[in-house]
Write a protein of this length. Structure first.
Length: 173
């Protein structure tokens, strides 16, 4: 087996094992399944180019998460560079069915957060990264991660408590 074939086989094995995880991370970061697929594809292309260096360090997941977050933030900073395909309101992506009401409320609350706060919360609590690892993935200081996390949690609490109050008020007695 050639060196190039061994590299490709290792990469394919990694992608097979981690694609669903990476797709969920991308969805939680951007809130759209189609955009999440694009982010994962972009991340995997960049990972393949860096595979020999990254694979020997064992830092594949961290590298891909960093690419996903940075690619998403780059796209949000430059919306004029993206072309919208389809007709407004006609080609709306249908989210996958969620089994729990709490999960739905949490995802809705996450979508209400600013992009940087959402990325921070996803990396810290869904991916289980430390403050330092999150700062490294986002390319910022640990203080920024802490403040963004605090603001995001306050925003999530406000959004989720508002939803509970609204739901309680609408119920017939």
């Amino acid at each position: 087996m050639s060196r190039g074939q061994a590299r490709a086989d290792e990469f394919v094995a990694y992608v097979d094992a981690r694609r669903a995880y990476l797709r969920r991370v991308a969805y939680l970061v951007c809130g759209d399944w189609h955009a999440a697929e694009d982010l994962v594809q972009t991340a995997l292309i960049k990972l393949y180019a860096a595979w020999p260096r990254i694979h020997t360090d064992g830092a594949e997941d961290a590298y891909v998460r960093r690419i996903i977050v940075r690619a998403h933030l780059d796209e949000k900073r430059r919306p004029w560079r993206r072309e919208r395909i389809g007709l407004d309101g006609v080609d709306v992506a249908v989210p996958e069915a969620l089994s729990l009401e709490d999960t739905d409320a949490l995802v809705t609350a996450l979508e209400g957060l600013p992009q940087r706060q959402r990325a921070t919360v996803v990396l810290r609590y869904w991916c289980g990264l430390s403050v330092e690892e999150t700062a490294d993935d986002l390319g910022c200081t640990t203080g920024t991660v802490k403040s963004q996390t605090a603001r995001a949690i306050a925003g999530l609490r406000a959004a989720l408590s508002t939803d509970d109050v609204t739901t309680t008020e609408r119920r017939p007695r």
